[in-house]
Every structure is written in structure tokens, then in C-alpha cells.
Design a protein around this ligand. Structure first.
Ligand code: C5P
Length: 406
């Protein structure tokens, strides 16, 4: 289930051109299963109308502490008491300054000050021009606001509406959702350092050709995201895929199985969990031609010979740290039939405590999957669901098994 499902979010908009992105954010929050109560400052009303937010959230927008629709005339108390979190997006430089001072002369700042501080987190998605963001007053105010218990989700970098380029853009709505989902996820992997391989490998034949496979990397990326949400420090070693890096995840891009092996060797000594989802090529051409192999018109075909690639998972699983329980190894098996028998045999062959089986042709490139978890006690099915949900479920299962081993 999405960590935002059933959460009640007060979405506060302060004045800034990024207000137009708040409409998309409200939409994504609702899609994730949250209820959204929009609250706008007067300045936000210069950039977006209450009609837009009301239509997207299905709730009347509140913009004034003098709003007499509240029977007790205490909008700031009512709104802040029912919230699971208050998210200010966009959060302007002026609004950060107001928070730093504990001002309460308009509804949005008032309800931030009035919130039960232990129970209702205050999350900020700042948005402003790069000079305003870099100004010592803004940074000083932000430090004060953080010391007072608010959480800044950070800013993006790039082209700004004013035509300048730099830090200070509001995070994209999807990035804010990613941060929020992480915020609401129990930290089951706190303190763990998780190393994940994902995607296919590419084994060159010559400078323009190579051998690869249909792995999209989506499952591994979803697990990386879920592990980070659960509080782990995550390194993702990715073969050639076109997927965005999950927020907060360190990514290392590789091409061949040997590149992947070297990257894993470099990071495994400090990892506490290793999850091998990559579809690593079993063989590579014995030699890579220096120049493109040409068709000469005679009908002769090139003769390729192969050598075996290192088995990354088996190698890591055989390391002393893995054998002494300091590195928990998880393998994947993409099969085309008889999942249980194949996955059980592979678990033993690879020497890993947990092996996750899936039917390869049914999942390659798809956004959903079904998993079969095989460990020493037996097998457990995770029924068909989105890879995002399965990533979360797998992280939960792993955390339980790892706890059981301590
Ligand atoms: O041997 P097979 O490819 O069927 O095993 C699949 C599991 O082993 C996956 O977890 C995959 O990431 C890993 N593997 C590996 N290095 C290889 C081959 C597979 O890490 N050379």
C-alpha cells in the first residue's frame, strides 16, 4: 500500500510562480490516496485560483483566518489538528522568514505555529530565484526553521522562470511525492547499507554492436527506492537503462558484466545487504573487435567465440562477510516455467539466504510483476502488483528475515 494512502495533508501555498506546479502536486497526492486540504496565502492567489485547487482536491480551499465557514471560527486550530502533515509547496523566501519568526498574522503561518509540533510534521518545498535562495538571510532563516522542527525537502537546480539558472526551483511534484512517501515509511532498514544491481549488461562485439537482454531495470530501481524509503543508504549499480535515479540513491552506471563486477567489488565491503536483480550476461565475446566488423559480400559470417562472465552474486555470497552474516544476500531468478523448483535450486547453487523468483517473459519491461520468495523455511508468494508495491513488500520481508537472524 502507498505510504500516503489515508493520510490527510494540509497543502499550503505561499506566493510564487511555482504555484502552478502545486496543482499537479495536489493531483498526485489525491492519486496516492491522500486527502488534501489546500490553504492559500493572499500572494498565492496572485498565481493560481482557489477554483483549480478546489476542483482537484474536492475540498473547499481556505485562505483566511476570518473564514466564517468554520463553525467555531478557528480555522487554524481545526486545520492543524486534523492534519497528518502540513506541506508548504511552494514555500517562498518570505514564508520561510515568517516561519523563522513565528509570525501568525495570516492563516497559513498561523496554522503552522498552532500545529501540535510533536504530532504534525511541517514539510517545506522552497521555491525562489537563485539569488534569493543563496541569500544569507534565507539560509539563516531556513536553519532556524529546521532547528524549530520543520523539514526542508530541498530545492531543484536548473532553469528558472526569471530566465536565470541555478538552485532554488521547487522540486518537481513527482519528486515531492517521492520525498513524502519516504517520510511516511517506517524506517525498517535504518542503519543498513544496501547495494543493488539492476538492469541488463551490454557485452560488446565491436565498437557498434553488442549482446544485451530485455531487462528494463524497473524491479531493481523500485527496490532501491523502497530501501531508501525504509531508511537505508542505497547504492544502485545500473546497467544501460533509461530510468530516473530514485531520490536519495547513489547510482553507478556500468555497461558490461565485468564493469558491474568491479563496481560491486568496490562497494560490497561496506554494504550490509546485497540484492542482485541485474540480468547479467552469462557469456561475453572472447575478443572485442577494434573496428566495426564489415560484411565483405562473400557471404562469410563472423565466427564469435565466448568466455564466461563472473557470477557476481555467487562471488559476493561466498565472501567471508556474507558467510558470517554481515552481508545479507538476495538473488533473483527470471525463469520461464516451474518457478518453485528452479528458484529453490538456484538459491542453493548461489548460496544465498533469500532467492526471489519471477517469470521473466511475463515481467520484462512491464510495470507489474509477481514474486515468489524462497528461503530455507519454504516459499511465499507476493501476488501480482506494481513493481513499486512489490519493492516495498520485498523490503518489508527482507527486514523481517534479517531481524530474525540477529
Ligand atoms: O545464474 P542466473 O543468472 O540464473 O541467476 C540469477 C541471479 O544471479 C540474479 O540475482 C542475478 O543478478 C545474479 N547473477 C549475477 N552474475 C551473473 C549472473 C547472475 O550476479 N553473472
Amino acid at each position: 500500500m502507498n505510504p500516503l494512502s489515508g493520510k490527510h495533508i494540509v497543502l499550503g501555498l505561499s506566493g510564487g510562480i511555482a504555484c502552478y506546479k502545486a496543482a499537479e502536486l495536489a493531483r498526485l497526492l489525491v492519486k496516492a490516496g491522500a486527502t488534501v486540504q489546500a490553504v492559500m496565502t493572499e500572494a498565492a492567489g496572485q498565481f493560481i485560483t482557489a477554483v483549480t485547487l478546489q476542483a482537484l482536491t474536492g475540498r473547499a480551499v481556505v485562505a483566511s483566518q476570518w473564514d466564517l465557514r468554520e463553525p467555531n471560527a478557528m480555522a487554524h486550530i481545526n486545520l492543524s489538528r486534523e492534519a497528518d502533515a502540513i506541506l508548504i509547496a511552494p514555500c517562498s523566501a518570505d514564508f520561510i522568514a515568517r516561519l523563522a519568526q513565528g509570525r501568525s498574522d495570516e492563516l497559513l503561518s498561523l496554522l503552522c505555529v498552532a500545529r501540535p509540533i510533536e504530532r504534525v510534521p511541517l514539510l517545506l518545498a522552497p521555491a525562489m530565484n537563485r539569488e534569493m535562495w543563496a541569500h544569507p538571510a534565507t539560509q539563516r532563516n531556513l536553519m532556524q526553521v529546521a532547528a524549530d522542527g520543520a523539514v526542508s525537502l530541498g530545492v531543484g537546480c536548473g532553469e528558472q522562470a526569471c530566465g536565470e539558472t541555478g538552485d532554488g526551483r521547487m522540486l518537481e511534484p513527482a519528486e515531492i511525492i517521492e520525498e513524502l512517501e519516504a517520510f511516511f515509511t517506517p524506517k525498517r532498514l535504518a542503519g543498513e547499507r544496501v547495494l543493488i544491481t539492476a538492469g541488463p549488461t551490454f557485452e560488446a562485439i565491436d565498437p557498434v554492436r553488442g549482446i544485451t537482454n530485455h531487462s528494463s531495470g524497473k524491479m531493481g530501481f523500485a527496490i532501491a527506492r523502497a530501501a531508501r524509503e525504509a531508511g537505508a543508504q542505497v547504492t544502485l549499480i545500473a546497467g544501460p537503462v533509461h530510468l530516473p535515479t530514485p531520490r536519495g540513491v547513489a547510482r553507478v552506471d556500468v555497461h558490461s558484466a565485468r564493469n558491474m563486477f568491479e563496481a560491486v567489488e568496490q562497494h560490497a565491503p561496506t554494504a550490509t545487504v546485497f540484492i542482485a536483480t541485474a540480468a547479467v550476461a552469462d557469456w561475453r565475446p572472447a575478443a572485442v573487435a577494434l573496428h566495426k566488423i564489415k560484411k565483405d559480400g562473400s557471404g562469410a559470417v563472423p565466427q564469435l567465440s565466448f568466455v564466461e562472465n563472473p557470477d557476481i552474486l555467487a562471488h559476493v555470497a561466498a565472501s567471508p562477510r556474507a558467510r558470517h552474516g554481515q552481508l545479507y544476500c538476495v538473488g533473483f531468478a527470471a525463469e520461464s516455467e516451474d518457478l518453485l523448483a528452479n528458484a529453490s535450486a538456484k538459491r542453493k547453487r548461489k548460496g544465498v539466504p533469500l532467492l526471489v523468483g519471477n517469470i521473466g517473459p511475463a515481467t520484462f519491461g512491464q510495470d507489474d510483476n509477481a514474486l515468489l520468495l524462497v528461503d530455507e523455511t519454504g516459499a511465499q508468494e507476493l501476488p501480482r502488483a506494481s513493481k513499486r508495491e512489490l519493492g516495498r513488500a520485498l523490503v518489508q520481508q527482507m527486514a523481517e528475515r534479517m531481524r530474525g537472524r540477529q
